[in-house]
Design a protein around this ligand. Structure first.
Ligand code: IPE
Ligand code: MG
Length: 226
């Protein structure tokens, strides 16, 4: 979800107004994803690197996150959405963590879309953390080095319970990955939308899904059409 700052700057607003406007886009995309039967939607809401932003912006983002978690419970329940989170959640304030736990608990019985918020998330850290955990298992003699394969490794990632993403949508025209799900996106299809996140709506999301539908996925093999 990129482009909040630029959206605000274009209007001579403070950056936080762009973040606030982006909440409506989250609502629209979550609803649209649920409607078309998407099973997992991961939103890169706050990266590990985002902590380096000015304190005032970080604080405003955290307040916005807490408010979102509190205010969206009814809407999530109405849409049968189950809330999940990945990332270094312990970096968040006690207050935000408590609200996150409450919102997850309040939506735990929903059976539709799984909405996964990436919070204080960084893929390199996720991967090194997995390596460290596995090293400990090996050291303790519970796992032999020969057992360390892709499946075992993936079970030590935050995403252990989720399939790899099929489609990665990047907004605001940026052509970089920004430390997002590096392991998991090996074969994801990329769609870059020029639209700034606060302007991103259902139609843009459906455009990206249609574009995905036109892709031929070969996973390194050759196409059935030869
Ligand atoms: C993305 O918008 C929102 C978060 C990282 C939380 P940006 O804040 O990165 O917006 P730009 O890139 O400055 O336009
Ligand atoms: Mg940005």
């Amino acid at each position: 979800m990129d482009g909040n700052g630029r959206w605000a700057r274009n209007r001579a607003f403070a950056r936080i107004r762009g973040h606030r406007a982006g909440v409506e886009s989250v609502r629209a995309v979550v609803r649209a994803a649920g409607e078309i039967g998407v099973e997992y939607l991961t939103l890169y809401a706050f990266s590990q690197e985002n902590w380096s932003r000015p304190r005032s912006e970080v604080c405003a983002l955290m307040r916005l996150l807490e408010k979102f978690l509190r205010n969206e419970i009814a809407e999530l329940n109405e849409n049968n959405v189950q809330l999940h989170a990945i990332g270094q959640v312990q970096d968040l304030s006690e207050q935000v963590r408590r609200q996150l736990a409450l919102s997850q608990e309040a939506t735990a019985r929903n059976t539709g879309l799984k909405l996964i918020l990436a919070l204080s998330y960084g893929a390199r850290r996720e991967i090194t953390r997995a390596a460290r955990e596995i090293a400990r298992e090996v050291q303790a003699g519970r796992v032999s080095p020969d057992e360390v394969d892709e499946n075992l490794f993936a079970r030590h990632l935050y995403t252990r319970d989720y399939p790899d993403p099929d489609l990665l949508i990047r907004t605001s025209g940026e052509l970089r990955v920004s430390n997002f799900l590096l392991w998991q996106i090996s074969y994801a299809e990329f769609v870059v939308s020029p639209v700034l996140w606060p302007d991103f709506r259902k139609e843009h999301f459906l455009d990206a899904v249609r574009e995905y539908g036109r892709r031929q996925r070969r996973f390194g093999g050759v196409s059935s059409r030869g």
